[in-house]
Design a protein around this ligand. Sequence first.
Ligand code: CAO
Length: 416
Amino acid sequence: MKALEGIKILDFTHVQSGPTCTQLLAWFGADVIKVERPGVGDATRKQLVDVPGADSLYFTMLNHNKRSIALNTKNEVGKEVLTKLIKECDVLVENFAPGALDRMGFGWETIQRLNPTMIMASVKGFGPGKFEDCKVYENVAQCAGGSASTTGFNDDVPLVTGAQIGDSGTGLHLALGICVALIQRQTTGKGQKILAPMQDGVLNLCRVKLRDQQRLDKGPLTEYSQHGKGIPFGDSTPRAGNDSGGGQPGRILKCKGWENDPNAYTYFITQAAVWPRICDLIGKPEWKEDPEFATPPARLPRLDLIFDTIEQWTMTKTKFEVMDECNPLDIPVGPILSMKELAEDEGLKKTGTIVEVDHPERGKYLSVGCPIKLSDSPVEVVRSPLLGEHTSEILTEMLGYTGDELNRIQESGAVG
Ligand code: CAO
């Protein structure tokens, strides 16, 4: 028994944001039916191809545990099949460009009329307003949601991050919206419309930066390195480099081997509670009592000196030795782990966060499994479907088409 067993999801998603959401729902046990254009499919199937002729990793890593029906929803027979699917399913998830579903003839009013209990969940780039008609990809959302203006160093250009907070982040937001709408439906008996705009999702994840924007009105952000360097603040939250976003100053520091290894670094947090232990560890016991270093406010203008001194110590250790020495002392540190190191991490493999999946076209590959662990709803990662792999079984077993009716649909060109 899985948490979402019995829930049928009509999955009109493509690229990354929507598929992230429906993959999670599939992992929690929902029957996710991915609707794709016959002969074409989700554009990512053929993007960044590494094995000629096979579905790309981009596609396979975002579409596990789903079924695929190849259906032309702009063709009359295709619309007939889609109408049946809408009546049959609990949730429709989509991340088309604004207006695409209306142009297809399946806007919210139509869906509600066909199935009043259906939940319709959408990712769009922007919510209602002047940008609502824009197409949006990951980095546009990172820029428009406040992430890029606050990422990077204050003397350099804005930066986008490697974490796909616009796409996968919004997919997560949407999945939560769907789960709570399913709970609300148990009381109301009605479906509802859910919108997760990517700009809003990114801004939600940048909440602490809006916090700092308002603190800035009251004076300089003293925990930012630029304060210690004497660089004046402007009128908006600046880029904070590798400063920690909270009240405990932190930095990325070099470790042994940094000259040749781009990831021989550690994150080091000078948490106030363990300051005396940090002083002993780095050979500066006198800083424990020195009024210039003993308290957090006294340390703020001296963070460069403090972290330079800590770095003299971390440079004598590998990033893992830093962890080994700091963890028993409760000093929060974190090694900068490369993708190679994560892919080889036995602990992550054991918990199912890194999984090996076998695929008929491409063979074995690694993927990120479900990062949310439910004790009563275990996840087995199943390979992504080939385009239209489940068309026949969905038409017959789920929609009940047989005989002449089935032949008519199959011969119409609406399915593949
Ligand atoms: N049968 C027939 N037609 C289909 C179909 C099917 N099964 N599935 C999709 N289509 C059609 C759509 O109806 C649409 O047609 P119209 O433009 O004529 O209405 C067309 O395919 C293309 O859809 P699209 O506009 O969504 O796709 P795109 O490649 O042009 O744009 C994207 C992609 C991501 C920019 C856009 O979908 C978007 O802005 N989505 C919302 C925001 C979002 O999710 N962005 C993140 C994507 S991940 O980085």
